[in-house]
Design a protein around this ligand. Structure first.
Ligand code: UGA
Ligand code: MN
Length: 244
């Protein structure tokens, strides 16, 4: 089965480094189509050029967050939702078989996770490391059967899982035509799985009965570009002049 990896991304100094790291992981994964969905209103040519250069089959989307959500009323944004819904709209039109996985651009992926999820029948779930203050988000199994959830923020979520902690088969996804991800920060995962009418019986638990961590919710330190701007003015055009 083909693997569709959906990656939301947005312009910032860390964007190309993140996509480099993720892209050079995905280069090792066979039968993969990378859906890179940019939270942008115009094409970022640097991103497209990078995607072309690494030779993975990809589709690049412009999927800006709608204005009404991007105004920061609470400080929490539904990050990556427009991106993922845009890519999923494409899947509904173009995909017939395989499996989809939501891979944020800043996480860290062991290649084994892509082997594990490839044969997902409906929905598969597995642990994610470095999530919240507990450092772990995972289904809890006893004797190979689901008994609950471990996550630093269970709240009232039916599926208190991380975006990187599940995969969905394309036939299952297509069987529920209206299912989208909601624009509700914190409730993207549980909302999407609920919209798919997922029940516990639909879920396969991977990674050796959820005892192995193959994906981590890492964060990249934000670059501080302010002093760089001052120096750029001082040395304006120097290297360029030499190269011409
Ligand atoms: C957490 C969760 O782990 C994500 O699964 C969830 O999507 C996100 O929160 C959320 O708030 O919805 P976190 O690490 O805090 O993730 O968020 P980011 O990594 O900053 O963003 C998630 C994805 O959306 C990334 O792939 C990022 O490139 C993208 N993004 C972020 C945008 O497309 N636009 C933005 O303005 C911010
Ligand atoms: Mn992240």
């Amino acid at each position: 089965p083909i693997l569709y990896v959906i990656t939301p991304t947005y312009r910032r100094p860390e964007q190309i480094p993140e996509l480099t790291r993720l892209g050079q992981t995905l280069m090792h994964v066979p039968k993969l189509h990378w859906l890179v969905a940019d939270d942008a209103t115009s094409v970022n040519q640097q991103v497209v050029d990078y995607l072309k250069s690494i030779g993975i089959p990809f589709t690049y989307f412009l999927t800006p967050m709608p204005q009404k959500y991007s105004r920061r009323w609470f400080g929490y944004l539904p990050k990556g939702v427009a991106n993922r819904n845009g890519a999923m709209m494409w899947l509904r039109l173009h995909a017939t078989e395989g499996v989809m996985y939501m891979a944020d651009d800043d996480n860290t992926y062991d290649l084994r996770i892509f082997q594990e999820i490839r044969h997902t029948k409906k929905v598969s779930m597995f642990p994610v490391g470095l999530v919240t203050h507990t450092g772990l988000s995972t289904p809890v199994l006893r004797d190979g059967r689901w008994v609950g959830w471990f996550d630093g923020w269970i709240s009232d979520r039916v599926f208190p899982v991380d975006m990187a902690g599940f995969a969905v088969s394309i036939p299952f996804f297509l069987s529920v035509p209206e299912a989208e991800m909601p624009y509700i920060a914190g409730y993207e995962e549980t909302g999407f799985l609920n919209n798919l009418h997922v029940t516990i019986d639909d879920i396969e638990f991977l990674a050796d009965n959820c005892t192995k961590i193959y994906v981590w919710h890492t964060h990249t330190q934000k670059s501080k570009a302010s002093s760089r701007e001052i120096l750029d003015k001082k040395y304006d055009g120097t290297n360029l002049r030499q190269l011409q």
